[in-house]
Write a protein that binds this ligand. Structure first.
Ligand SMILES: *Cc1c(COP(=O)(O)O)cnc(C)c1O
Length: 379
């Protein structure tokens, strides 16, 4: 990777990853599943607590797909999904030939809006189909309005799949993100707070679901000596080598959370006197964010040439990577034909927002370079 480039979300190594990989090679555990996969799951379960059962998979996307399968989502079913998110939250709905119904954000957490959610549920029921599931997201590591959203979901008896891909290490009222929904999912992609190079996990509340998830992830092999299949199978299990990387990575999860939260404090200091910039912050102390990415909203000023895109370019000119917020799913060509409920809040956030460099290994020099760009841009 480019040595002088400051990346948006660069991973950090503990130094132990190499040893685990070496040991996996020496013991010839080079396959999907294996002792490191079991060990990684156990550590995650202890970390998440609340009786969580964790199934390690080859990606967060696979985890969402398996959650939909385990909830019985089939062709023609409707599944509600937060619009302001990465496409991986919504794509598995299409894998099942189901219909996504997108919901706007609210301004306090940037996540799924309770009012729009309830309006959507009522309207879909009126139109003849009760949604089969709700996919919620803790965007950029910050919890959504968990009490309000889950109360609505419970009232209508609709299960929640909690996309916690960006929120490992975050919590709400002291309970870890990923453990609130009927299912939770994690991602260990290269840009996430810890990585297994590629990987994910499905969190559920029963051993039954865990066993079923492993069954589907291992090509749905029935109990027979010959390969017998009465269900569609998937090749979704995490490999032993990747789990080894995960065992090295999980040692620095807490450290990474601290580092990312320190990045957020650094930005808070920089922006505290800039009226045209608002750093995203959690609503109150019930919400604990890993601040996977620090994000800002910039009030555009045409005369001065100030807006999110121009700031992004100013960073790019100094070899510093920043990125607009996720483009809402209901505006994406692949999804725009599906129903959407909301008030254009996600669109407005997308217009004004920018994700700032937030890697766990940002140095003082990096921060000085970032600060210089910001100061010269706004002065
Ligand atoms: C990264 C991410 C995913 C997908 O995880 P992968 O492991 O890359 O498949 C899903 N949802 C959100 C919100 C993400 O950021």
């Amino acid at each position: 990777m480019d040595k002088n480039k400051i990346y948006l979300s660069l991973s950090q190594q503990s130094g132990f990853e190499k040893e685990y990989i070496q040991k996996a090679l020496e013991t010839n555990w080079i396959t999907s599943g294996g002792p490191y996969v079991d060990e990684f799951e156990e550590i995650l379960e202890n970390y998440l607590k609340d009786g969580s059962f964790t199934t390690a998979l080859n990606s967060g996307t696979s985890a969402i797909h398996l959650a939909l399968i385990l909830l019985g989502v089939k062709s023609g079913d409707e599944v509600i999904c937060q619009s302001l998110t990465f496409s991986a939250s919504a794509n598995p709905i299409l894998y099942q030939n189901a219909i996504p119904v997108f919901i706007d954000s609210e301004l306090e957490t940037w996540n799924i809006c309770p009012e729009s959610l309830e309006i959507a549920i009522k309207d879909r029921i009126k139109k003849g189909k009760k949604p089969k599931a709700i996919i919620t997201v803790h965007l950029y590591g910050s919890p959504y309005k968990i009490d309000e959203i889950h109360a609505i979901a419970d009232r209508y008896g609709i299960p929640i799949i909690e996309d916690s891909a960006e929120a490992l290490g975050s919590s709400y009222k002291g309970k870890k993100c990923g453990t609130f929904g009927s299912f939770g999912i994690l991602s260990f992609n290269g840009n996430k707070i810890i990585t297994t190079s590629s990987g994910g996990a499905l969190i559920s509340s029963s051993i039954d679901f865990k066993e079923k998830a492993i069954f589907y992830a291992n090509q749905s092999k029935d109990d027979a000596a010959h390969y017998q299949h009465s269900d569609i199978g998937y090749n979704y299990r995490m490999s032993n080598i990747c789990a080894g990387i995960g065992l090295g990575q999980i040692k620095i999860l807490d450290k990474n959370v601290i580092a990312r939260r320190e990045n957020h404090s650094f930005y808070k200091e920089i922006f505290k006197e800039l009226e045209s910039v608002k750093l995203f912050e959690v609503l109150n102390e019930d919400y604990y964010s890993n601040y996977w990415l620090s994000t800002i909203l910039i009030e555009p000023n045409k005369e001065k040439g100030i807006d999110a895109e121009n700031l992004r370019i100013a960073f790019e000119n100094q070899n510093i990577e920043t990125r607009p917020l996720w483009k809402p799913m209901h505006l994406q060509p692949i999804f725009e034909k599906y129903p959407y409920y909301g008030n254009k809040i996600a669109e407005d956030l997308f217009e004004k927002g920018l994700c700032l460099p937030s890697g766990s290994s940002l140095t003082i020099e990096d921060k000085n370079r970032i600060k210089e760009v910001i100061e010269s841009f706004f002065n």
